[in-house]
Design a protein around this ligand. Structure first.
Ligand code: CTP
Ligand code: CA
Length: 225
């Protein structure tokens, strides 16, 4: 027998997910980015669809195939991700922000390739929009879930983000732990909730993390009525 079909816990719900890194252009041949591969967000998108949700996946540049049955919007920069997310926000019941959004972008995007010179070079950067912070400010009925990849003080930073961004849950991991870093097929996370409770998820596949997280979200939606 094939594995039992998941229960349609998210039937009738629209789930907006962001995944992958962003790319911030410096010149026609260079950009700033990070190590995100999109695996966690794509796994959540796939599992959410299997649980009956309408899934909109706003994805930064990754090498993964878009999951079957998921509406995928491809973006590059933090600004493009912001615009795509805001466009779909009012339709969403749940927003899950796994994307590793660049916090800074080059202040000047050069039209021509920057030529090297003698000596060092200083890059001037400016802040990008904090998409989750903005979602928190404009929140009406949506359940907001953020991710936090940390290297230290995981709980403190996660709880601070939960409050500051007006999120309902933050999924935090310590990327220095074996099995929880970038590009792995597994993760070790703790889910911090607004009510102060937490759910620890020991080393498991990203698909299992996705299922557990989505089950928590479905129960929360039920409680919120
Ligand atoms: N996030 C976002 N837009 C940004 C930066 C972050 O939406 N410009 C979201 C991420 O998608 C994630 C959450 O905010 O869900 C936390 O991201 P993280 O980088 O851990 O937190 P920051 O607030 O950027 O703080 P720092 O990088 O200093 O830890
Ligand atoms: Ca950040």
């Amino acid at each position: 027998f094939a594995a039992e079909a998941p229960r349609p816990l998210l039937k009738g719900k629209t789930v907006l997910i962001t995944a992958g890194p962003t790319r911030e252009k410096l010149d026609p041949v260079r950009y700033l980015t990070n190590h995100s591969t999109g695996k966690m967000g794509y796994a959540i998108a796939e599992e959410a669809r299997k649980m009956g949700a309408h899934v909109i996946l706003v994805s930064g540049p990754v090498t993964l195939k878009p999951p079957f049955g998921v509406e995928t919007v491809n973006v590059e920069s933090a600004q493009e991700m912001y615009e795509a997310v805001m466009k779909n926000y009012s339709d969403a019941d749940v927003v899950i922000k796994t994307a590793a959004v660049a916090d800074y972008r080059p202040k000047t995007v050069h039209g021509k390739k920057i030529k090297k010179q003698e000596g060092g070079q200083t890059l001037e950067l400016e802040r990008t929009k904090d998409i989750l912070l903005e979602l928190g400010r404009q929140k009406h009925h949506q359940l907001l879930v953020g991710f936090a990849a940390e290297t230290d003080n995981v709980e403190e930073y996660a709880r601070r983000k939960l409050a500051k961004k007006n999120a309902d849950m933050i999924v935090a991991n310590n990327v220095t732990e074996a099995g929880a870093g970038f590009g792995t097929d597994t993760n070790i996370v703790t889910l911090y909730k607004k009510d102060g409770s937490e759910v620890h998820m020991p080393l498991m596949s990203k698909a299992d993390v996705a299922r557990k997280l989505l089950a928590e979200i479905a129960h929360q939606l039920e409680r919120d009525g």
